[in-house]
Design a protein around this ligand. Structure first.
Ligand SMILES: [Zn+2]
Length: 255
């Protein structure tokens, strides 16, 4: 299984318009963060988790031209606003299956109604094929996926576990039962916004507490805000099994 970090930034990306922080003017490429998303390549399938406003740029950067499915964690714009940019992929490969909570599918079908309208034969319009996810294991093109549910302030969000890898973003609170689904991981990707407390995201300290409880072999942090500081400086604060993710980073996990 190959994981590519398409983006590792918070909702505004880094640099952020009008924000003056060291990370925003840094010459280190790792401090440049598009909106959070990953590509999972497994069993000859390409699965994208979240499709934010930088999707087009992210896919061009990877060179990957086919997407077999898109999973959505939740409906916030930084995770969904790029959905229209599936057009060239849909023209070439047909309808793109999308997987999300029923609430998210409804939200997307209002915001991108033309993508869901099968009777709409406007030649420039791509199509998606919606699949509702419940909080139980499902199989996508022969790949077993286990959703993990948790709260992002008052909004329910899904993380996803595939084999011994899990992607968890926009987490603030999680129940003990759901946390148990994240045990025995080889790789965890987890959100950590910044050093200070935030109402809807765990901060670095809270992320490290969770990691200490779960003890995955390796963790990469994502959904990072400008306030986190420079990549090179923040990494010095982390235990050896925890690193900051950065855009373009690729990780291979043995099956
Ligand atoms: Zn977000």
């Amino acid at each position: 299984m190959k994981i590519t970090f398409l983006g590792t930034g918070t909702s505004t990306g880094i640099p952020t318009i009008g924000v003056e922080r060291a990370s925003c003017s840094s010459k280190d490429k790792r401090d440049n963060r598009l909106r959070s998303s990953i590509l999972v390549e497994y069993k000859n399938k390409n699965i994208v988790i979240d499709c934010g406003p930088d999707f087009r740029q992210q896919m061009l950067r990877t060179g990957v031209t086919k997407v077999d499915a898109i999973l959505f964690t939740h409906e916030h714009a930084d995770h969904t606003a790029g959905l229209d940019d599936v057009r060239p992929i849909s023209f070439k490969h047909g309808k793109i299956p999308i997987f999300a909570h029923e609430r998210v599918i409804k939200n997307l079908s209002k915001r991108f109604d033309y993508l869901f309208d099968v009777k709409n034969d406007y030649p420039g319009s791509p199509h998606v094929f919606p699949n509702i996810i419940e909080n139980k294991k499902f199989v996508l093109e022969g790949i077993e996926i286990l959703p993990v549910t948790y709260m992002h302030h008052k909004l329910q969000v899904y993380g996803f576990r595939i084999k011994n890898f899990a992607y968890v973003t926009d987490l603030k609170k999680i129940s003990k039962n759901e946390l148990d689904k994240l045990k025995n991981l080889d790789l965890l990707i987890l959100n950590a916004l910044r050093h200070r407390e935030h109402y809807s995201h765990i901060n670095l300290e809270q992320a490290l507490e969770l990691i200490n409880e779960l003890k995955p072999k390796k963790t990469f942090l994502t959904h990072i805000a400008p306030d986190m500081g420079l990549h090179s400086e923040t990494e010095k604060l982390l235990p050896s099994t925890v690193r900051l993710g950065f855009d373009g980073l690729e990780i291979i996990i043995n099956d």
